[in-house]
Each structure stands twice: as structure tokens, then as C-alpha cells.
Design a protein around this ligand. Structure first.
Ligand code: FSO
Ligand code: SF4
Length: 552
């Protein structure tokens, strides 16, 4: 295997035997084969599109498949075997329609004609990341594919709320086709590949905006909310991941059963939506970010529902209480987490989890306080006048965007230390699970405005972009880069890669990222990012405070 898609990759270069995330070598190769099959499917579908016989379900299918290969989503080999088979079946239907049943021409790329049995003999070397020999082409292709995985994740959440876009699906198709080596179509040159990456970022802005509209349309505009971090005496179900529809269905089905629902990780911001606040059985948020799940799922004592990433291989102590849904899956070949499928109408039956919860003790208390969330663009911009006054008066000197992901590396303590060391006249804008590094630090407020403003999940980084663009407008500045605003973001997986591309596509410069730079960036590609956008890696708290706060 070879995988270098996330920040945890082995030695900062690539996982080669098993993943640091727990992904086994055989599952990694199956994911490579699925991506290869998807490229061929995209190729045939693009031909089908010009002939009016494209697969009408291309978008929903391809986004589910890409999402399933994102870090910490699915560890189940049988899921990938099934998806590879279905991809090739769908590809063949489109290809046959394009050729009126005649065999494909001699110039068709291998990914468009390979059989299931043949594909299952291919190794990572044959079809995986390293099969692209040129390091810069590989770097640009893989970064693009990681961006597509991010787009796919957000597209799926939007689709579940009945919002989708043909433009986004067509971009995914075009981008996948651009990565096929033996395509009869002209291959993009380096410059065109960089343009594609920027286009990917622009599509990232679009899908996050669509998801924002879908979430607020269905669940209302988030309002600043203090969420309980303690526990009640009832048994509970813990819901983690990012999918709000699953939370809605779970709350409905647990209502009146004596079973409470607690959020975990990236579900914390759900508490800020007016729709969810009406549920008496939504008890609070339990624990911290995904990286603490092994101990927190154990002490939770009741069933756990993983709706999306980030799942880590479970411990024996709670695997029988772990349920997955959507494209999440876990199996070690012997023991599997139970999967809750969607019915034809999208509904799900959580009865088994609820019955199990009734037999479990209440969660063990980890803490007993509150944590704030709900500072999305609607809430922050409603206080825009106050913010402008505070900036003019000097009581807010700088906004520091510290959005992104949390992760297991010890070095990530940097983000807690950096937040704690920021001067009192700075405000942190955050989104994503990175916030758990500093959202319980009690950093105080500035004239009633908390110094940590949590806009929500990682996809709600869109909110931060809206806030920045609006503030630039209010201050009469030409660009966001002129604002007293700096970026010190944390990345872990491919949704963060997309958010990063989205920020670049908005023309945002001087972004500092960490704790390491993506391994997929070759020196030449990194050089382009540095020259064009002045992207940098963070270093140590003292130096970064100097360059971002004092000197900037
Ligand atoms: Fe975190 Fe995981 Fe939301 Fe990511 S839970 S790390 S960007 O997958 O998804 O912020
Ligand atoms: Fe390694 Fe990350 Fe890939 Fe897992 S997802 S195999 S940790 S690079």
C-alpha cells in the first residue's frame, strides 16, 4: 500500500504497510482500486453526457464512493469490494450505451475497460498513488483527488437534505478524468492542473455555501448557545460525525423512551440550531474531539452512532455498542460494527440502538460545565456594528482564524498554547474539531463578545469566509488580506484539504498551516503555493505570535 492523504501519514511521507489510522494494507489497496474504477466510470460518463446517455445517478454514487475513502471513514474490506463491483457495472452500462452495445475502441483508457477480476489483481504500485511517476504531476493529481473527497463529503450532507448540484457533479467527473494517465483526451499541463486545483477550491466554496443554506433552511440559523458538558441519570446514545439528519431522526425516535442523546466531536455545533433546541432529550455534548474517542466511547457506557468520520478502530470494550451508518463501516474480518442502512425513503430504524441503550448504565461524567458554540455568520454579522466599533476603538486588535481539525500528534498541544498566549485584544474564529484544543480555556470576552467564536463544523469554515468578506466590505477594504485577520489553521484529513483550497480560491494569502505540511505537496508544488499565496507552516508559539500578531 501507499497512502499519504492525511496529516498522520507515517514519517510525514507515506503509510506503506498499514495505515497509522488503523487502515489495513488490504483495505488501502481496495480503496486504490475503487478510485481507479471511479476514474474509468467518470471517463465513460463524460462520453455519455455528450451523447445524452450519462448515468443519472453518477453524482450521488461517485460522491458516496469518494467519501468512503476519506481518512477514518470505512475500514471494511467487503464494503469496498461491493463498491468496486457496482462502479464497474455502472461504468459498463454507460459505456455500452455510448457504443450502442459495440465493444469499446482501442484507445479507451484501461480504467474504462478493465474487468472486476483483472482490477482485483492490481497492486498499489500498478494503479495507486505511486503509479504516477512524475512527482509534481502526482502531487497535483492527488491534491485534486483529496479536494474531491472533501467536496463529496459535503455534497452527501447536502444531498441528504435534498440539495444537490449538477455543476458540482460535473466538476468531479472532469477532475477525475484529468487524472487518467492513458486517456485519449489531452492531459492537462502543470499550469492547467493548478487551475483545476483552484477551480476545485471554488467548487468547495459553492458546496459549503449550499450545505450552509440547506442546514439553515431545514434547521434554522444557529444562535450562540452554551452547551452542557455534564451528564444526566438516564441511559444515553452518543452520536458522532457530521450528519445532522441522522441526529434529527435519532432524536425523534428516542423521544419519550427515557433514553437521552449526547453529541460527540463534530456534532457539538448541532446544539446551536433552533430546530434541535426543542428536543428535551438532547442532553449535551460528551467529551472532546474524535481523537479521544477510545476512552470516551468506553466511559460513555451506551450505544454510539458514527455518522461520518472520524472513526478509529474500536476497542473490544465498546465494539458491541458501536453502530455505523451512511458510508461509515468497521470490520476487522471477524468482528464488525453493526451498520444501520437507510430505507428507500431515507429513513433509518434506530430501534436496536434504543433497546440496547435501555439496558446500559448512564454515561460516566467526564466534566460538568458548558461550552459555547453557534457563532456562525448570521450570529456574528448581526453584531457587526459592535465588532467594527471594537476594532476602531482598538479593543479588538486582530482576528485569528484557527479553524481545522484536531489530531493525535503530541505537537498539536501547540494550538492550545498558541490560543492561550494570544493577547487579550484578539478574537479566535474557529470551526471544525480543532476547536477542542482551546474552546474550554475560558479566554474571556471583549465587550460581551467571547474571544473564541465557534462557527460550527469543518464545513462551516464557509461561515468564517463570509464573516471575513463582510468585514472587509464594512471596513471599505479591497480585499480580505487587508483586514486585521490572520490564519493559523490545523489540518488533518481531506475535508481540510478542500477548505484550504477554498480559502486560496478566495484569494486569501499568508495562511499558516500545521502541524506539518501535507506530504502530497512536492517541493515544486509547494513553491508555487508559497510564491502565489505566501503559504507557510507554523513553527513555535513565540515565533508565530511575533510574525502573525506583532509584525503582521
Ligand atoms: Fe474533524 Fe475528523 Fe470535521 Fe475532519 S472530525 S478531522 S476536517 O474529519 O471533519 O473537523
Ligand atoms: Fe496513513 Fe492517513 Fe492514509 Fe491512514 S489515511 S493510511 S494514516 S496517510
Amino acid at each position: 500500500m501507499f497512502c499519504y492523504q492525511c496529516e498522520e501519514t507515517m514519517n510525514g511521507t507515506g503509510c506503506t504497510v498499514n495505515g497509522m489510522c488503523g487502515k489495513k494494507g488490504d483495505v488501502a489497496v481496495l480503496q486504490d482500486r475503487l478510485i481507479y474504477a471511479l476514474k474509468g466510470y467518470a471517463f465513460c460518463n463524460s462520453r455519455g453526457r455528450t451523447k445524452g446517455c450519462a448515468d443519472p445517478d453518477f453524482g450521488p454514487f461517485v460522491t458516496e464512493a469518494l467519501f468512503s475513502t476519506l481518512t477514518n471513514v470505512n475500514f471494511d474490506a467487503s464494503y469496498f469490494e461491493k463498491m468496486i463491483r457496482e462502479t464497474l457495472e455502472r461504468r459498463d452500462v454507460v459505456r455500452n450505451a455510448v457504443h450502442n452495445g459495440a465493444p469499446p475502441g482501442p484507445h479507451a483508457p484501461n480504467a474504462a475497460v478493465i474487468t472486476y477480476d483483472d482490477l482485483m489483481t492490481k497492486s498499489a504500485e500498478d494503479i495507486g498513488v505511486l503509479s504516477t511517476e512524475n512527482a509534481d504531476v502526482r502531487s497535483l493529481r492527488e491534491t485534486l483527488i483529496y479536494g474531491l473527497k472533501g467536496i463529496s463529503a459535503y455534497s452527501i450532507h447536502a444531498l441528504i437534505l435534498k440539495s444537490e448540484s449538477g455543476e458540482i457533479y460535473q466538476f468531479i467527473e472532469k477532475a477525475l478524468v484529468s487524472t487518467i494517465d492513458d486517456s485519449p483526451l489531452e492531459k492537462p499541463n502543470t499550469e492547467q492542473m493548478i487551475e483545476l486545483l483552484m477551480e476545485c477550491g471554488g467548487i468547495g466554496v459553492k458546496i459549503m455555501s449550499m450545505l450552509d443554506a440547506a442546514n439553515t433552511g431545514v434547521y434554522g440559523s444557529p444562535v450562540p448557545t452554551a452547551v452542557s458538558t455534564g451528564v444526566r441519570r438516564n441511559p444515553g446514545i452518543l452520536i458522532s460525525g457530521h450528519d445532522l439528519k441522522d441526529l434529527e431522526m435519532l432524536l425523534e425516535q428516542t423521544r419519550g423512551t427515557g433514553v437521552d442523546v449526547y453529541t460527540h466531536g463534530e456534532m457539538l455545533p448541532a446544539h446551536a440550531y433552533p430546530f434541535f433546541q426543542k428536543y428535551e432529550n438532547l442532553a449535551g455534548n460528551y467529551g472532546g474531539s474524535w481523537q479521544h474517542q477510545k476512552s470516551e466511547f468506553e466511559s460513555f457506557s451506551g450505544p454510539i452512532l458514527m455518522t461520518t468520520n472520524c472513526l478509529v478502530p474500536p476497542k473490544d470494550t465498546y465494539v458491541d455498542r458501536l453502530f455505523t451508518t451512511n458510508m461509515v463501516g468497521w470490520s476487522d474480518g471477524t468482528v464488525s460494527a453493526k451498520h444501520i442502512p437507510a430505507k428507500a425513503d431515507g429513513g433509518k430504524a434506530f430501534s436496536e440502538m434504543i433497546e440496547l441503550a435501555k439496558t446500559c448504565p448512564a454515561p460516566i461524567e467526564l466534566e460538568n460545565g458548558t461550552v459555547m458554540t453557534g457563532f456562525s455568520h448570521g450570529a456574528v454579522l448581526s453584531a457587526a456594528d459592535k465588532i467594527v466599533e471594537a476594532v476602531k476603538a482598538g479593543s479588538i486588535q486582530k482576528f485569528v482564524v484557527m479553524a481545522g481539525c484536531d489530531g493525535r500528534r503530541k505537537e498539536r498541544a501547540y494550538y492550545t498554547d498558541f490560543a492561550a498566549a494570544l493577547p487579550d485584544n484578539t478574537v479566535i474564529l474557529t470551526a471544525g474539531c480543532a476547536k477542542y484544543r482551546y474552546n474550554k480555556l475560558n479566554l474571556g470576552d471583549i465587550g460581551g463578545l467571547p474571544r473564541v467564536l465557534d462557527a460550527g463544523q469543518c464545513n462551516d469554515c464557509y461561515s468564517l469566509a463570509v464573516i471575513a468578506l463582510k468585514l472587509a466590505e464594512v471596513f471599505g477594504m479591497e480585499s480580505v488580506n487587508d483586514l486585521p485577520l490572520v490564519f493559523n489553521i490545523a489540518w488533518y484529513e481531506q475535508k481540510a484539504t478542500l477548505v484550504f483550497l477554498a480559502l486560496l480560491s478566495l484569494g486569501i494569502k499568508n495562511i499558516v498551516i500545521g502541524p506539518t505540511l501535507p506530504a502530497c505537496l512536492s517541493p515544486a508544488v509547494l513553491d508555487v503555493l508559497v510564491r502565489t499565496f505566501n503559504v507557510n507552516q507554523n513553527t513555535d508559539v513565540e515565533s508565530d505570535l511575533r510574525r502573525l500578531i506583532t509584525l503582521h
